[in-house]
Design a protein around this ligand. Structure first.
Ligand code: MN
Length: 197
């Protein structure tokens, strides 16, 4: 058995003008594809190849962890975005954001600042801990809330490869555009039925 990169949930140019077809074709078609290829090479013929990807991430260390987590993080990230996204969350998710961050605007500001300040490569996450409390987690490289006993709700990839074709060095502009495509329905769904794939 080998791990298979999921289909992108929209066309490569579906998120334009936030992300161009060229930016997405490198990010999805080259970067994420390479993590799957590397992972499959590392676990070929080993028991790890039979585990669900999420379980492997929790157990693995070193290169297997790096490639497994990067494979999953991107699949999760694509689902966090939608050509029909943007706006604001509602219902239970909005209540939790208001409870734990004061307001949606304060949450956006804190998340954007954390993403802008994350030094080097990494991901900025919104995650729910074991007690259901929400937290912003800026994590380096492939690190994920799954490794810290928390469930991912939303993420933003701030590796340079995520934005350099479209935004060059301007990470804050990339972060600003992100809010126009966030798929709040998917984010809210992770509260009750966490993303597996
Ligand atoms: Mn990436």
């Amino acid at each position: 058995m080998s791990f298979k990169q999921p289909e992108l949930p929209y066309a490569l140019d579906g998120l334009a003008p936030f992300l161009s077809e060229e930016q997405m074709s490198f990010h999805y078609g080259k970067h994420q594809a390479a993590y799957f290829n590397n992972l499959n090479g590392l676990v070929d013929g080993k028991p790890e190849a039979e585990l669900p990807l999420k379980e492997l991430i929790v157990k693995a260390e070193g290169p297997v962890f790096n490639n497994a987590a990067q494979a999953w993080n991107h699949s999760f990230f694509w689902k966090c975005l939608s050509p029909l996204g943007g706006g604001a969350p509602s219902g239970e998710l909005l209540s939790l954001i208001e409870r734990d961050f004061g307001s949606f605007d304060q949450f956006k500001e804190q998340f954007s600042t954390a993403a802008a300040k994350l030094f080097g490569s990494g991901w900025t996450w919104l995650a729910a801990d074991g007690q259901g409390k929400l937290a912003i987690m800026p994590l380096s490289n492939a690190d994920t809330p799954l490794k810290h006993g928390a469930e991912p709700l939303l993420t933003l990839d701030v590796w340079e490869h995520a934005y350099y074709i479209d935004y060059r060095n301007l990470r804050p502009k990339f972060i600003e555009g992100f809010w126009d495509v966030v798929n709040w329905e998917f984010v809210a769904g992770n509260l009750t039925s966490p993303f597996q794939e």
